[in-house]
Design a protein around this ligand. Structure first.
Ligand SMILES: *Cc1c(COP(=O)(O)O)cnc(C)c1O
Length: 351
């Protein structure tokens, strides 16, 4: 281990883009937020956030919820009945990281399909719609994720999204987009959010990821479905009273932190370049689309957990995502300089 390497203080916390703290301006917006009881009738700040989110996504309505897990699971609930099935990519968040809530809470089955770093092709799906008879569940919904978390922030190819969602519509299937990081895809491709969103019945977006707000996600879609979502949000325990306090942080993030996601993508490229210059670390996939970098750690360096523990000693925090793979996510609370320093530490420790 190198003695010359200085430990980063404060540490560069690259475990997730959820670790960000509200900026002073965001805290001011939160402190000054106008509020009301959003369960009895309306909280004006929540209402503004919902309106603005719907507008940006080109949908009739949107609804604020405490988490992306809830927006996704409420979406599944409004599209499916017990005994229905949805199709999704095998590495997606809804299937892997939400405790099979679709089964626990909604009696819904899942048909996961292995994609290429989170990307599905229409040809993989065309034969998956179950025939209509008493033996089968009913295929009801297709869920896509953009950008794809486990796919290392992969952007879904736009043309494929159009093909898959067109096919779904033609076959009477509903569509939901888990757009926890949709704005990363927007900034990286220049394709506006409403253009991505128009192909889906419902879209969920997170304010607490790269946008940097402390709490919340929204589900957007047609007015009648969002009305229905409001009922289910309540039964899932997501009815929040003076939620304007946190919605103000989300609204601030939505208005001020979308464009700057480009900086996070630049920082991810710096990390990717540092990793490419090592011999014992390998990017998977070998290109980085947005703000998530995943790399494979050669066996000589120990497990992914061992490598992460060594990084931690130098003030670089990352997340092991398997025995051999480590994830780093850039965000507004790490500077370019910190990322450059993290790159040098990675190189030193893997050399
Ligand atoms: C973070 C995330 C969510 C939602 O997570 P919560 O922690 O419940 O807000 C959903 N989908 C993806 C792809 C995510 O990365």
């Amino acid at each position: 281990m190198s003695q010359q390497l200085p430990k980063l203080t404060p540490p560069a916390d690259l475990r997730s883009d959820t670790v960000t703290k509200p900026t002073p301006a965001m805290r001011r917006a939160m402190a000054e937020a106008e509020v009301g009881d959003d369960v009895i009738d309306v909280d004006p700040t929540v209402a503004r956030l919902e309106q603005r989110t719907a507008e940006i996504l080109g949908k009739e309505a949107a609804i604020y919820m405490p988490s992306g897990t809830m927006t996704n699971q409420v979406a599944v609930r409004i599209h499916c009945k017990p005994g229905d099935e949805f199709i999704c990519e095998a590495g997606c968040h809804i299937y892997n990281y939400e405790q099979a809530a679709y089964a626990q809470l909604s009696g819904v089955a899942v048909r996961p399909v292995e994609g290429q770093f989170g990307v599905l092709r229409l040809e993989q799906l065309v034969d998956l719609i179950r025939p209509e008879n008493d033996h089968h569940v009913r295929t009801r919904l297709v869920c896509l994720e953009n950008t794809h978390n486990r796919g290392a922030g992969r952007i879904q190819p736009y043309d494929e999204v159009v093909r898959i969602t067109q096919w779904a519509r033609q076959n009477g299937l509903r569509t939901h987009l888990d757009g926890a990081r949709l704005f990363n895809a927007v900034v990286a491709t220049g394709i506006p959010a409403d253009q991505w969103a128009q192909h889906f019945d419902t879209v969920s977006v997170c304010f607490s990821k790269g946008l940097g707000a402390p709490v919340g996600s929204a589900l957007a879609g047609p007015r009648d479905l969002i009305r229905e979502a409001r009922r289910h949000r309540k039964v899932f325990g997501g009815g929040m009273r003076q939620a304007g306090i946190i919605a103000a942080g989300a609204l601030y993030a939505l208005e001020h932190h979308r464009e700057r996601l480009a900086e996070d993508h630049e920082k991810a490229q710096i990390l990717a370049q540092a990793i490419r210059q090592t011999t014992r670390l390998r990017l998977v996939p070998d290109t980085v689309d947005t703000n998530i970098v995943i790399f494979e750690v050669a066996a000589e360096l120990g497990t992914a957990g061992d490598f992460v523990a060594r990084l931690e000693q130098y003030g670089v925090r990352m997340l092991p995502v398997s025995k051999t793979r480590v994830r780093a996510v850039t965000h507004l609370d790490v500077t370019i300089e910190q990322v450059q320093a993290a790159g040098r530490i990675i190189q030193e420790l893997s050399g």
